[in-house]
Design a protein around this ligand. Structure first.
Ligand SMILES: Nc1ncnc2c1ncn2[C@@H]1O[C@H](COP(=O)(O)OP(=O)(O)OP(=O)(O)O)[C@@H](O)[C@H]1O
Ligand SMILES: [Mg+2]
Length: 182
């Protein structure tokens, strides 16, 4: 994982510089199927979210992986704020999903940590949500492996002593286009 010179693994002070992405990237493969970043603090997560918010396309499915408290909801909150949403972005821990309509986009923020089984999924009508129009951010997709469609983009957070490492992987052509200018 490369780092920009002004970033260290243990920054004594926040290293966020407005207008720039305070991150370093490693691009692998010919078409940018994978990028990894070091996010020094929450403002760096928000900066990544701002960039991601400009790359969203209707129908896109984004899986968010990482332990409890890794930063998955923070990223979604940052995306929504960047799109102009000024309300509270709650974690959908108990509701399983929170819907948003903002900037002409329909977003669905899922947290499947507490999904019990397929019956609950079907009863809630979640299958119908995947209509090729809504944009999905799905925390804990591993709890509904057979139920959710393939992800275009998978974001994996790793908690470091100070900050987070995040790896972003594209599985589809739409996902690769999203990553190309991130
Ligand atoms: N780059 C970062 N470095 C350090 N702390 C961060 C960073 N980004 C976010 N945080 C902090 O880490 C926490 C992440 O919480 P968040 O709710 O986003 O986690 P989560 O991955 O959604 O967890 P859960 O699986 O429980 O839903 C928040 O306290 C946030 O302020
Ligand atoms: Mg969360």
């Amino acid at each position: 994982m490369a780092r920009l010179p002004h970033l260290t693994v243990e920054p004594a002070t926040p290293t966020f510089h407005p207008g720039t992405l305070p991150l370093a990237a490693e691009r692998t493969n010919d078409r940018c199927a994978s990028i990894s970043f070091f996010l020094a603090d929450e403002s760096a997560t928000a900066a990544l979210a701002r960039h991601l918010s400009t790359r969203l396309k209707p129908g896109m499915v984004i899986y968010l992986h990482g332990n409890l408290g890794a930063g998955k909801t923070s990223l979604v909150r940052g995306v929504l704020n960047a799109l102009g949403y000024s309300g509270r972005v709650k974690s959908p821990t108990y509701t399983l999903v929170e819907p948003y309509h903002i900037a002409g986009l329909d977003l669905r923020h899922f947290d499947l940590y507490r999904l019990h089984d397929e019956a609950e999924w079907e009863a809630a009508g979640f299958r119908d949500e995947f209509d090729g129009h809504n944009i999905f951010f799905i925390e804990w997709p591993e709890k509904a492996r057979e139920l959710t469609p393939q992800a275009d983009v998978e974001v994996t957070f790793e908690i470091l002593p100070h900050g987070r490492k995040v790896e972003i992987h594209a599985n589809t052509e739409m996902g690769k286009q999203c990553l190309e200018q991130l």
